[in-house]
Design a protein around this ligand. Sequence first.
Ligand code: ADP
Ligand code: MG
Length: 248
Amino acid sequence: MLKVENLHVSVENKEILRGVDLSVEPGEFHVIMGPNGSGKSTLALTIAGHPRYTVTGGRILFEGDEIHELGPDDRAKRGIFLAFQVPPEVGGVKIIEFLQQVLVELRGMDPVKAYDLIVEKAKELWFREEDLHRYINVGFSGGERKRLELLQALLVEPKLLILDEPDSGVDVDSLSVISRKIEELHRKGTAVLLITHYGRILGHLDPSTFRVHVMRSGKIVMNRGGEFVKEIEEKGFQAIFEECGCDE
Ligand code: ADP
Ligand code: MG
């Protein structure tokens, strides 16, 4: 479904991704780990179509089509959803109005039915109806922002859900509800690409369900089973890189 081939990406003429290869088939679950600055967010934002990231080589294919010429909105319509590392505040736009519009446009729903569905799903992520009348993320805590991202994903049911550090800045209780909702979407058939630096969220997920890719300096240097997370946590990235000979 998603095929990233020898992808090179630059920001402001600085090369950040230096030949990334990655394949995700429908319904698969992949985790990307790696030290700070290794290019994880760059990969996520490039797949989603952020205009600041320039593809200088290689290809991104989604369901067989090259997508790197498409804008982020067209990629979203095709079923790619990115949950941001730091979800931005959008002053002046109410959550409920935004989500209603998403459901009307993406799923052709009636606005009144959409409203009811949003309130129902929001409760599962601990939002009360009155919270939905606030502006997007304005004054929200880290945990609330991440739960709101998950609410959007639950409503959209994307083909590919990319989560950039869903566990950063999140309290333990939010982390557990977020993990359950990721699993719920995965069970329903959404393919997941989950990026995490600390691997904190992985303690809440079943390692037999995902593969782990490790990034270093703009490349994916390892591809292992889910149990490998434990080894990374015990030894740290540096020791792992020395052992595998992927040290520069
Ligand atoms: P990670 O998510 O793995 O921590 P990033 O993809 O955020 O890594 O960053 C990889 C490298 O690219 C870092 O050295 C970072 O400073 C640089 N970088 C990322 N985005 C930008 C940007 N918008 N402008 C300048 N440098 C950037
Ligand atoms: Mg990042």
